[in-house]
Design a protein around this ligand. Structure first.
Ligand SMILES: Cc1cc2nc3c(=O)[nH]c(=O)nc-3n(C[C@H](O)[C@H](O)[C@H](O)COP(=O)(O)OP(=O)(O)OC[C@H]3O[C@@H](n4cnc5c(N)ncnc54)[C@H](O)[C@@H]3O)c2cc1C
Length: 382
């Protein structure tokens, strides 16, 4: 298990998460998956337990905790059979808000988040730009001191169940000589006129949407960071997102491993436990060895998250954790035989849930491209 080094307050948080997860056991998560429902009861209780606002700084009434506590919570929810997908947006959005300057909207939002409001969505991806983020074309045009936003986003998570979204748009056209210049972040009321959405049905239960902005009106008070210079703040959010999602992937990896080991010990075929066969036990032992290494890397990444090597560590961690969780998902499927394919064991649900992170929030190829260029000094391929 990860050595979180949380201190008394953090440990108390984790024990509250465990209590909550004992109320929302695996059958709850299986059922909302079958019915494609948002886990509204769980999320309400999560916020009532004051777990939603932990990253809000003390000057806004929050406890001012960090990515370490958030990662521990996401890991634990997944380790205990839940799906942190429905939570992680709240953490990386409030992480970005607490680190970047902003106007009135930000201050109000942070205070409201402490009281249970939801800031769970980052709207970045666009159909044409894809992984080439600086080519986004949703545009906020300045008119009489206001910003008028038009454009389209895709795969925007949790949109129908959030109060605020962090929106990345262009305020100046793309310039190949200064690719990251001209991007601005806005904090937006999700129910604003000018926002329409269409749900995208996906492989797992996601509440993901295609979103259309039609003359959405925003003001300077809604800007997070600086106009045209939002990319730095966006990067802080993306590194935190990669790290926190990696933590939940390692929670999944633990879940697959724990489940598969238990099943391999109990299931008898040819008059002995299947786990007595090296063909069954070696993939489990190999996954265990890799998990110990990945959990150590998670600890180191949390140390580096505010420093110069944040990109290198968070991309490495995201890459390793997604590979490992997906490998162990397949190992668990094999160990369970036909029962892995049956929905009520939860293995196939987790299998689908964990597969998402081979492509999101950054694809494995793009995480490797980052390392090739920034860590190894190889020519840029993208
Ligand atoms: C369920 C779900 C929820 C999501 N939630 C959000 C959200 O809340 N907010 C948000 O902003 N986005 C969200 N996303 C979007 C997600 O971040 C993107 O899907 C992801 O970044 C990849 O972009 P793309 O799908 O356009 O793939 P593309 O960029 O089209 O890439 C397709 C494939 O080509 C590969 N590829 C592309 N270029 C290169 C290259 N130069 N070298 C090597 N390989 C390359 C990629 O690795 C990938 O495998 C979500 C996606 C899903 C599926």
């Amino acid at each position: 298990m990860v050595n979180w080094s949380l201190g008394e307050e953090g440990e108390l948080l984790l024990s509250n998460v465990r209590i909550l997860m004992s109320k929302y056991g695996e059958s709850y998560w299986n059922q909302i998956d079958w019915r494609r429902e948002f886990p509204e009861d769980f999320i309400n209780d999560f916020f009532k337990a004051e777990l939603g606002g932990i990253l809000v700084p003390k000057e806004y009434g929050g406890p001012g905790m960090g990515a370490r506590e958030a990662s521990a919570i996401l890991y634990e929810v997944n380790r205990l059979g839940g799906n942190s997908y429905f939570l992680h947006g709240q953490y990386y959005v409030t992480y970005a808000l607490s680190r970047c300057v902003g106007g009135d909207r930000r201050d109000i939002c942070l205070r409201e988040v402490v009281r249970g409001r939801r800031a769970m969505t980052l709207a970045l991806t666009e159909p044409q730009a894809g992984s080439d983020t600086t080519k986004i074309s949703t545009f906020a045009r300045k008119v009489n001191g206001k910003f008028i936003v038009n454009g389209r986003k895709v795969f925007i998570s949790r949109l129908s169940h959030t109060d605020y979204l962090l929106l990345a748009v262009r305020t100046s056209p793309y310039d190949p000589a200064r690719r990251t210049y001209g991007i601005t972040l806005f904090l937006v009321d999700a129910k604003s006129p000018g926002i329409e959405r269409k749900e995208i049905r996906t492989m797992s239960n996601t509440d993901a949407h295609e979103v259309y902005f039609n003359n959405l009106e925003l003001s300077m008070d809604d800007v997070i960071g600086e106009v045209d210079k939002g990319f730095g703040c966006l990067l802080a959010a993306l590194n935190a997102e990669r790290t926190m999602i990696a933590a939940e992937l390692l929670g999944n990896a633990r879940w697959f491993l724990d489940r598969a080991v238990k099943y391999a010990s109990e299931r008898k075929v040819f008059d002995r436990p299947i786990g007595a066969n090296q063909g069954v036990q070696f993939p489990l032992a190999s996954g265990y060895a890799k998990l110990l290494a990945a959990e150590a890397l998670l600890g180191e990444t949390l140390e580096q998250l505010e420093g110069e090597r944040a990109g290198e560590y968070s991309n490495s961690l995201k890459y390793i954790s997604a590979e490992l969780s997906w490998d162990l998902a397949n190992v668990a499927m094999d160990v369970y035989g036909g029962y892995g394919y049956a929905s009520d064991t939860g293995v196939e649900r987790k299998f689908r849930e964990t597969r998402l992170y081979m492509v999101a929030p950054v694809s494995q190829n793009l995480a490797l491209s980052y390392l090739a260029v920034h860590s190894l000094g190889l020519p840029r391929s993208y």
